[in-house]
Design a protein. Structure first.
Lengths: 665, 313
């Protein structure tokens, strides 16, 4: 017995060595685990989260809504697996301190704060407990005094992460100057007790000095004093009032704007959307979006992401809002350029009516480098064309490879058992988004990938694959591009140009994923249009020639070949048989014209690739995959070759040659 | 860690396939190509039953039984109709394509909504740790992943134990003897044909069991999932023999399971290191080659000093 045990040692040693190598390449996730002893999985457990918002004020409310939306996107739903307690200090510092102590004393898995003041209050109270803390809607985290360093975004307390959103102050002043080139004196009301506000006013002073604008300041302690301070500034002869991200002042935005209106001067802010209340323009951050990004981060922290390794970055999804009505009876001339109107997210026209706008997006509001992992099941012509189309679309994309995204490509080379390992490897390597190509790859992704977006492509029927119940109602993190063959369109084309073809024939490959499904769908589509379909099964490349000849011997008017891998690769055999039998031939694969097809009509896989990249761009731009319906790429590639037609004894009607995308030789 | 557990689980599930291949390839010296079809058959039968709401245990066993029937057919073609062993395997494998499509009704059956053995793994994992991740050597591990690996290990051990026990019964010993020397067996009055049929049924039953489990683990059955599986099965058997030197039955069984696990671990390493995707198959072939050659090489290096004095004496 000992000798047989000795015989096992080599195997055991090799297995242990291989396991050790695997674990060594996975050390990163272990470090994050040791600092996060209780990183929960979304299922089967309720996370306790508390949120502190400093005041009830439009911007902070938007941030909170965004934050909650962002957390939901990561699989945490209040009431089901998220025990969420919302606190609001209603602008009172002392109350904020008490709430912060309370939040840190209770057993919370994560603390969330909105605004700089709340960040400071909770960070202070949290010094001992060191509970995980994600903050948002903070102009300048480094100046908040909570241990965040300006020079090194990774140097911050290990339990603390979040995003800074420095308002575009320089841009706002430049825009004001552009609208009114004579602008020389601007007033600002601010609360010196707000660190956030101070940072912005300091920046505004430098900006104004650079533009040759005189900045007149007036400080207040509470919202009640805002109206009086603003009137004082108007009396001192300012030509416009500017409001930064000062919570005290923004709470009293209405009185600030009223005071300005009395002096017939405009108010502009870096905090949208104040135009609806009468400000001239706001150039600032989309705080819902900022909140949503922070919510995503919070959700990922709940899923196990380590705050210590998150760099504290500046995110600035910019929006411009305009109010032309507010420019009506001002002193001096304030003009809106067409470019501004084009850019505006909200535009209130001169009649005071809000015009509908189409959404303007920043391409990558989070600013992170997305690691995109493309996982293919098996090499095939459609996949390769799709990949080529994706590459083309990336070249046109506003996103930059290396800065906004990094692509990786893996293939299981037809080994289904390897697919699971590939997804494990992709997730271990820290992918942010996966792109499964073909149905088996999507199905494994549905099993393995839970917390990051999945954008599939080259999948004929994602509903059958289990990705949802319809194109719009699907799993929350999953969306993508379906390549359902355009059978109805093809038959429409056929009946338009070749009404005399009533009995059609096709080869199909029952052993191939999808070929059988397409054949059945085609059969019922033909029946619905009063056509008959003769189908001949082929099981392998060697049978193709014989099967094609057998098909030609059937009583058919024309061959309308559906697209699958086998018949696409071996299309030559079908051409040869059709030429021998002088049988009209129409291919439903867009790439078969060079292989002898007289007419080809099919999904444009290049376009499939382009659309796939567009969907990925939408996800990177912050759209919720749950709300992106499965997309069928619109383009059909229709081509014809008179020479190929002549070879099978088929005449192409002139109207068809007019209608095709390309006429071949 | 997830990657390690995933590779271990797949390795253990496919070790059942390897055990099946071991029975046909080593014990009966027949490279039985039915494997490629019967693994899919097991997966399809189990998947269709699971979607219909059948309890996972009988569904899985039904899958295995389907494989056994396929093996029986191969055995009958080989013994009763005197068709070459390789050819009868090819015939049944080819026929199984259509059978599998008929069983599934289409080329792919997803199991997302169905209750499978995997859902038991999830529940076991939750029960083990109340939904919290288990710390394993410092890595946080989703309890369902850990539970799946434990279940797969238990399954493989149970299968190997059952096979060991069976081959030590009178019938099992006779079957092994048939594989070693059919003439002698016939001379002793044994029913060689019946033994071969039984052996192929057993072999393909294990293969289909592996397919049924694989479908439940990966969440779907697909008409193409069996392609090339015989190769991985053979590779596992041969790696296992190279590792253990394979003298006794018990060692061979354990070696085969180790071979399957090791093979999947090496594939996982190759995947983790992000090699050029076009090279995956080349690298896996390289692994098999290394696993075959290295033990012999080590042996020779170790025995060289002892060999030198031998000619002198």
């Amino acid at each position: 017995m000992p000798s047989s045990l000795r015989r096992l040692t080599l195997g055991v040693a090799l297995i242990l060595a291989a396991a050790a190598v695997l674990l060594l390449s996975d050390l990163r996730s272990r470090k994050s685990a040791s600092t996060l002893p209780s990183s929960p999985a979304p299922q089967g457990r309720t996370a306790r989260v508390a949120l502190l918002q400093h005041a009830s004020q439009a911007v902070l409310d938007q941030g909170r809504e965004g934050l909650l939306a962002g957390i939901r996107e990561k699989g945490w739903f209040p009431g089901t697996n998220l025990d969420l307690r919302l606190f609001n200090a209603e602008g009172d510092m002392a109350v904020a301190q008490t709430i912060a102590r309370q939040m840190c004393a209770d057993d919370h898995d994560l603390l969330l704060t909105i605004s700089t003041v709340s960040l400071q209050a909770v960070a202070n109270a949290n010094q001992a407990a060191r509970r995980k803390h994600v903050f948002a809607l903070v102009s300048d985290p480094a100046s908040a005094g909570v241990g965040i360093h300006r020079d090194d975004p990774l140097n911050h307390p290990a339990h603390l992460a979040g995003y800074g959103t420095m308002q575009p102050i320089a841009e706002a002043f430049a825009l004001a100057r552009e609208m009114n080139p004579a602008l020389a004196r601007v007033g600002v009301v601010w609360n010196a007790a707000e660190a956030n506000s101070e940072a912005q006013v300091k920046l505004a002073r430098t900006v104004c000095a650079g533009l040759g604008i005189e900045l007149l300041e007036s400080t207040v302690d509470n919202s009640a004093g805002v109206a009086e301070a603003a009137s004082a500034l108007v009396a001192r002869g300012v030509e416009a009032l500017w409001a930064g991200g000062d919570v005290t002042v923004l709470t009293a935005a209405d009185s600030l704007i009223a005071a300005a209106r009395k002096g017939r001067i405009p108010v502009f802010t870096v905090i949208p959307p104040h135009v609806r209340r009468g400000a001239l323009f706001d150039l600032g951050a989309d705080y819902f979006e900022v909140g949503r990004l922070a919510g995503n981060l919070a959700g990922e922290v709940l899923n196990g992401r380590n705050p210590a390794t998150e760099p504290i970055r500046n995110v600035m999804p910019e929006i411009l809002t305009l109010n032309e009505a507010a420019a009506a009876d001002l002193q001096g001339t304030w003009t809106f350029t067409p470019a501004m109107r084009e850019r505006a997210r909200i535009l209130i026209n001169a009649r005071g009516v809000e015009e509908p706008r189409k959404a303007v997006r920043t391409p990558n509001p989070g600013g992170r480098n997305w690691r995109i992992a493309v996982v293919n099941y098996v090499e095939s012509a459609p996949v390769e064309e799709t990949l080529a189309g994706m590459r083309e679309a990336w070249k046109r994309s506003p996103l930059v490879e290396g800065r906004d995204y990094t692509l990786s490509y893996r293939s299981a080379q037809g080994d289904m058992a390897a697919l699971g390992g590939i997804f494990d490897a992709v997730l271990t390597a820290g992918a942010d988004l996966v792109v499964p190509l073909t149905t088996p790859s999507l199905q494994v992704a549905l099993q393995k990938v839970r917390t990051i977006p999945v954008v599939f492509s080259v999948v004929a029927n994602p509903v059958v694959a289990g990705a949802g119940t319809s194109a719009t109602n699907h799993l929350p993190m999953v969306t993508g591009v379906t390549v359902e063959p355009p059978l109805a369109e093809a038959l429409q084309m056929l009946q338009t140009y070749f009404p005399e073809y009533r009995r059609l024939g096709t080869l199909f490959c029952p052993t191939e994923a999808n070929s059988l499904d397409v054949q059945r769908a085609f059969e019922s589509e033909c029946r619905a249009r009063g056509l008959t379909l003769e189908s001949v099964a082929v099981n392998g490349p060697t049978e193709l020639s014989d099967a094609a000849l057998a098909l030609m011997a059937r009583p058919i008017d024309a061959v309308v070949q559906i697209s699958d891998n086998l018949t696409s690769v071996g299309f030559n055999a079908i051409t040869r048989a059709a030429r021998q039998a002088r049988r009209p031939l129409i291919s439903l694969n867009s790439t078969t014209l060079p292989l002898g097809a007289p007419v080809s009509f099919g999904r444009d896989y290049n376009n499939t690739g382009e659309v796939t990249t567009e969907v990925i761009e939408r996800v990177i731009a912050g759209e919720d995959p749950a709300r992106i319906p499965f997309i069928v790429p619109p383009k059909i590639f229709f081509s014809a070759s008179p020479a190929n037609a002549a070879a099978v004894g088929m005449t192409l009607p002139p109207a068809l040659l007019q209608a095709v995308d390309r006429v071949g030789p | 860690m997830t990657l390690l557990l995933g590779a271990l689980t797949i390795g253990l599930i496919l070790s059942l396939l390897a055990l099946g291949v071991l029975v046909s390839f080593r014990i009966f010296s027949m490279p039985d190509i039915t494997t490629d079809g019967s693994i899919t058959l097991g997966a399809s039968i189990a998947a269709v039953l699971l979607v219909k709401g059948v309890h996972p245990v009988p569904a899985t066993l039904a899958g295995a039984l389907g494989g056994a029937v396929a093996g029986t057919v191969t055995g009958i073609l080989h013994t009763r109709f005197r068709i070459n062993a390789l050819l009868s395997g090819i015939l049944v494998m080819t026929a199984l394509y259509s059978v599998n499509l008929h069983v599934m009704g289409r080329s792919n059956v997803p199991l997302m909504q169905a209750r499978t053995l995997t859902s038991y793994g999830d529940r076991l994992g939750e029960w083990m740790s109340a939904g919290r991740p288990l710390p394993v050597l410092g890595w946080p591990v989703a309890p369902s992943d850990a539970a799946m690996t434990v279940l797969a290990l238990g399954g493989a051990a149970l299968a190997a134990g059952a096979l060991y026990a069976f081959f030590r019964t009178q019938l099992g010993t006779a079957m092994r003897a048939t594989g070693d020397n059919p003439q002698m067996m016939r001379a002793l009055g044994g029913n060689v044909e019946r033994h071969i049929i039984l052996g192929l049924a057993l072999s393909n039953g294990f293969v289909a069991l592996s397919g049924a489990l694989l479908a439940q683990y990966q969440g779907f059955a697909d008409a193409q999932m069996g392609i090339g599986m015989i190769v991985w099965g053979l590779a596992s058997v041969i790696i296992g023999e190279a590792l253990t030197g394979a003298r006794s039955l018990g060692l061979t069984l354990v070696g085969t399971i180790m071979g399957s696990v090791l093979f999947r671990l090496l594939v996982a390493i190759a995947l983790r290191w992000g090699l050029n995707p076009n090279d995956l198959k080349l690298v896996t072939a390289g692994f098999v080659f290394a696993a075959l050659v290295l033990p012999g090489l080590l042996q020779r290096l170790r025995s060289r000093p002892r060999h030198h004095p031998a000619p002198a004496s």
